[in-house]
Design a protein around this ligand. Structure first.
Ligand SMILES: [Zn+2]
Length: 149
């Protein structure tokens, strides 16, 4: 059986909510996915790439739509070597100044220090009301990432 991870990250990669906010967000998610095998929160020392598992297909330029997958793989290596301290990039196709976090990933993925995670949540979708409550708890808009392995 394949595993599904529901991952929730703040829109701002460096955002690490307070202990109390993290506790609140975790409780909201726990109540929303009672069937989940595990619900947990993670905080890392540096920004990491929060991937979407096997669904990963392509990365495109958000301005012109060019497939920049090969270039992206190199940019990720360089970014990883400097622990993603600086996510700013200029796309090779049309020179757009943007961030690795804002490229057009075919399936949502992103960068974060803080993430909330539910293993095999037993739901296909997280209701907007739950997403809202989690954003309010951490004081930030969030990105929802579904990863399948
Ligand atoms: Zn472009």
């Amino acid at each position: 059986m394949a595993d599904t991870f529901l991952r929730i990250i703040p829109t701002e990669p460096n955002c690490v909510p307070s202990v109390l906010s993290r506790e609140r967000a975790l409780n909201v998610l726990r109540r929303a996915v009672p069937m989940a095998e595990d619900v947990s929160a993670h905080v890392s020392g540096g920004v990491r790439f929060v991937d979407c598992g096997a669904d990963f297909e392509s990365v495109r330029c958000p301005a012109c739509g060019a497939d920049i997958g090969e270039w992206w793989a190199e940019a990720m290596e360089i970014g990883h070597a400097q622990q993603f301290r600086d996510l700013r990039i200029t796309t090779p196709c049309c020179g757009l100044h943007t961030s690795l976090n804002d490229l057009a990933y075919s399936w949502p993925a992103g960068f974060a220090r803080y993430s909330l995670e539910a293993l095999n949540p037993g739901v296909e979708n997280l209701p907007d009301s739950v997403v809202d409550r989690i954003s309010r708890a951490i004081g930030q808009s969030v990105r929802i990432i579904w990863a399948h392995y």
